[in-house]
Write a protein of this length. Structure first.
Length: 123
């Protein structure tokens, strides 16, 4: 069975970029444009095994969405990797405090992203 990755970013071009990186790696891919859609997919019939989430999005940002995922007993086990342009230490601390499991800055380095995904999926 393929691992399911949910890509959450308000920029369609970034979702497409991440899908292009991950397509050849044997994952089943899904996407959402904001935290509200991401939460719905996490609570849906086929929740993701891991989430790649942008921090800055409309409607519900990545930090709030991550907190909600980690606060819910049905979804708290799902690893969240923040994928963001925000590389300052205070943003990284905020992401960790929100419950994220890993942090990747844009532009995304494929080998860094893949190593974090594989590490989190092997837990």
């Amino acid at each position: 069975m393929k691992n399911r990755i949910l890509i959450v970013d308000d920029m369609g071009s970034m979702r497409m970029f991440l899908k292009t990186i991950l397509q050849g790696e044997g994952f089943e891919l899904d996407e959402a444009a904001d935290g509200i859609q991401a939460l719905a997919k996490c609570l849906g019939a086929t929740p993701p095994d891991i989430i790649l989430m942008d921090m800055v999005m409309p409607n519900m940002d990545g930090l709030e969405c991550c907190r909600k995922i980690k606060d819910d007993k049905l979804t708290k086990h799902i690893p969240v990797i923040m994928v963001t342009t925000m590389g300052e230490s205070r943003q990284k601390v905020a992401a960790v405090l929100a419950g994220c499991d890993a942090y990747v800055t844009k532009p995304v380095d494929k080998s860094d992203l893949m190593s974090k995904i594989r590490r989190l999926l092997s837990k």
